[in-house]
Write a protein that binds this ligand. Structure first.
Ligand code: TYM
Length: 333
């Protein structure tokens, strides 16, 4: 069955292996299926929910688009654009904000994590950001949304908002509740330094993550220094319980090698972590280095990237513009 795919990535720099394995790799696979219509958005309106440097933001928008293309998304088959170029996203977000109860937003765990202890100082934008995300998805009638596990709650909220809008305005099926596409075992890549923390661009330690632009030496060094435990690698998945660092490295290896965790345990069960680390570093180099090289090549071609983003925005505008006009009519504008 053909799917309408929509997903987004924030242009906040340091895209890492978690973004790749949790989301972008899945974007590529979905976009390779000719049946699917795919839209991939550089969500720059989301990025400004925390302070961004103006020049850095511009670079990061291009770098995120370059990462999509370098990873294997073909811009002549999928739409690639940046959110701020299509007005309907912000407009839809406002309309949906006006019918979303605060109680729903108060439950969002990511806001609590990101705002930290001093919630009063977090921007209102950061608080209502899941509604902007709902607007992104619902404007395109997306049927499926590939994301990492950390976005699951935001997708549940998107479904609730769609259903509430349809009910409030008596327009059954107008907004389409989307299905999340979350890779079962590999949707949450953890820090290389602490298996209880998500791999994240905001972690102060660069050793905690593999950035998609890391050099070969950096990748080798980071894998060598990744935290493990003192037991040998087990033969069975159940025996990974309470061994988050071991589970994470084995999960990364399985995901990047496109094989199940069980198969990876067949390969490494009983062996030492040094064997796993050597093989993991080698596999990462063979899969990630070509992407890094391509990002570094594309990033200097501003004209090419700007053209892709502009053409993508024109196509996105047609779809989202139509939906927002219908939405405004429904609410009485
Ligand atoms: P963002 O930019 O934080 O992350 C982009 C994608 O990468 C996934 N991801 C991870 N997956 C596995 N392990 C990790 N450690 C890891 N870190 C990040 C995220 O789950 C995400 O899929 N709100 C979204 C962007 C967004 C969006 C949308 C997504 C805005 N509008 C509409 C889908 C549809 C975000 O901040 O992702």
């Amino acid at each position: 069955m053909s799917k309408k795919i929509f997903s987004g990535v924030q242009p906040t720099g340091n895209l890492h292996l978690g973004n790749y394995l949790g989301a972008i790799k899945n974007f590529v696979e979905l976009s390779n299926d000719k049946e699917n219509e795919c839209i991939f958005c550089v969500v720059d309106l989301h990025a400004i929910t925390v302070r961004q440097d103006k020049d850095q933001l511009k670079n990061n928008i291009r770098e995120t688009a370059a990462t999509f293309i370098a990873s294997g998304i073909n811009p002549s088959k999928s739409i690639i654009f940046n959110q701020s170029k299509v007005h309907a996203h912000a407009e839809g977000s406002w309309i949906l904000s006006c019918m979303s109860p605060m109680g729903w937003l108060n439950r969002m765990t990511q806001f609590k994590e990101k705002a930290g202890k001093d919630k009063e100082k977090a921007s209102v934008g950061l608080y209502i950001y899941p509604i902007l995300m709902a607007s992104d998805i619902l404007l395109y009638d997306a049927t499926h949304v590939p994301v990492g596990d950390d976005q699951k709650q935001h997708l549940e909220l998107t479904r609730d908002i769609a259903q509430k809008f349809n009910k409030d305005f008596n327009c059954e099926d107008f907004l389409k509740p989307p299905e999340p596409l979350i890779k079962k075992n590999f949707s949450r890549i953890m820090s290389l330094k602490d298996g209880s923390k998500k791999m994240s661009k905001s972690d102060p330690s660069d050793l905690s993550r593999i950035n998609l632009t890391d050099t070969k030496d950096q990748i080798i060094n980071k894998i060598k220094r990744a935290k493990t435990d003192t037991f040998p690698i087990p033969n069975e998945v159940q025996k990974l319980k309470d061994r988050p660092e071991a589970e994470n490295l084995l999960g990364i290896y399985s995901s990047i090698s496109n094989q199940s965790l069980t198969k990876t345990l067949d390969e490494f069960g009983g062996k030492n972590f040094s064997d796993l680390k050597n093989q993991l570093a080698e596999t990462l180099l063979s899969k990630i280095s070509p992407i890094s090289d391509e990002i570094k090549k594309l990033i200097n071609d501003h004209d090419y990237l700007d053209k892709i983003l502009l053409e993508g925005a024109d196509k996105a505008e047609v779809i989202a513009g139509k939906k927002i006009r219908e939405m405004k009519k429904i609410i009485g504008f």
